[in-house]
Write a protein that binds this ligand. Structure first.
Ligand code: ZN
Length: 277
């Protein structure tokens, strides 16, 4: 298993690569690219949140606790209606992640359980995609990709460390294959992980517009039905007596019924004609 230092160094390098590619190759602003690079670096530490305590876990949870509220701050402002309320919720969120998050994760998972897996990678990326609010969906995608690259670098590094070279022979440690996995050993962890992944994927696909929001479809249906009903009520039926609304403003006269008022130059022309004859 790779150590804390190896992970932060490798994911840090990946972060630099992501940032450079985003600004030089993909046309994102330097600020957006730098933020994506930082998320790559943090993403490379995420899987070890399931480790059994110690300084690295405390440091990772402090960092994650600080970064998460900042990533979702725009969403918090929209959700709670004011910047003050959003800041308060962000502080509470920090405290929960910093002091309760890692303990909760440790209780719910085992080291190298489903936290070290491809579905966990997708969950982290989708959480960032959904949490980061931006008018430009490609920016959201960039942030999510940053986390995914960092997370992947962690899983690859863990797998590389399970390969032992002894002279000319390659030996695999017992931990081989436990990082880059799709399914874990525990059925309940698999069900929980895939259930959550399914829900987030569904929400992400709605956000990207690849599938239609069922709530939107329902709302459109209601508006359509209301409009049809209103049209029906306004359409005169046979036998209806037309009653003009006494409060309605008078209807403008059609142009042909307005008496012709000669405009000044016409009047001059008429006077000149009269003088001639
Ligand atoms: Zn690990």
């Amino acid at each position: 298993m790779a150590g804390y230092r190896e992970h932060i160094s490798v994911s840090g390098l990946c972060g630099v690569a992501v940032g450079a590619a985003a600004t030089m190759g993909l046309g994102f602003t330097p600020v957006q690219a730098a933020l994506a690079g930082v998320l790559t670096w943090v993403g490379g530490m995420l899987p070890d949140l399931d480790a059994d305590g110690g300084r690295p876990v405390r440091e990772i949870s402090a960092l994650v606790g600080a970064v998460v509220p900042m990533i979702v701050i725009r969403r918090l402002v929209r959700l709670f209606g004011s910047v003050d309320a959003a800041i308060l919720v962000a502080v509470i969120l920090y405290a929960i992640i910093r002091y309760g998050g890692a303990t909760m994760i440790r209780r719910l998972s085992v080291h190298r359980g489903m936290f070290h897996s491809i579905p966990a990678l997708l969950i982290s990326a989708e959480l960032v995609y959904l949490g980061y609010l931006s008018e430009d969906k490609t920016v959201k995608l960039l942030m999510a990709s940053g986390v995914a690259v960092g997370f992947l670098s962690h899983l690859i590094l863990d797998e590389l460390y399970s390969v032992q070279w002894s002279g000319t022979r390659i030996k695999l440690k017992r931990s081989a294959g436990s990082a880059m996995k799709v399914f874990g050993k525990a059925a309940h962890a698999n069900i929980g992980c895939f259930g959550f992944l399914g829900l987030l994927t569904w929400l992400t696909l709605i956000d990207t517009g690849l599938i239609v929001d069922p709530y939107d479809r329902l709302r459109t249906k209601h508006i359509h039905a209301d409009r049809m009903q209103a049209d029906e009520e306004l359409t005169p039926k046979t036998g209806d007596i037309f009653q003009p609304d006494p409060q309605a403003p008078p209807e403008p006269l059609p142009p042909e019924t307005i008496p012709h008022q000669p405009i000044p130059h016409e009047r001059v022309a008429e006077e000149e004609r009269d003088m001639l004859y």
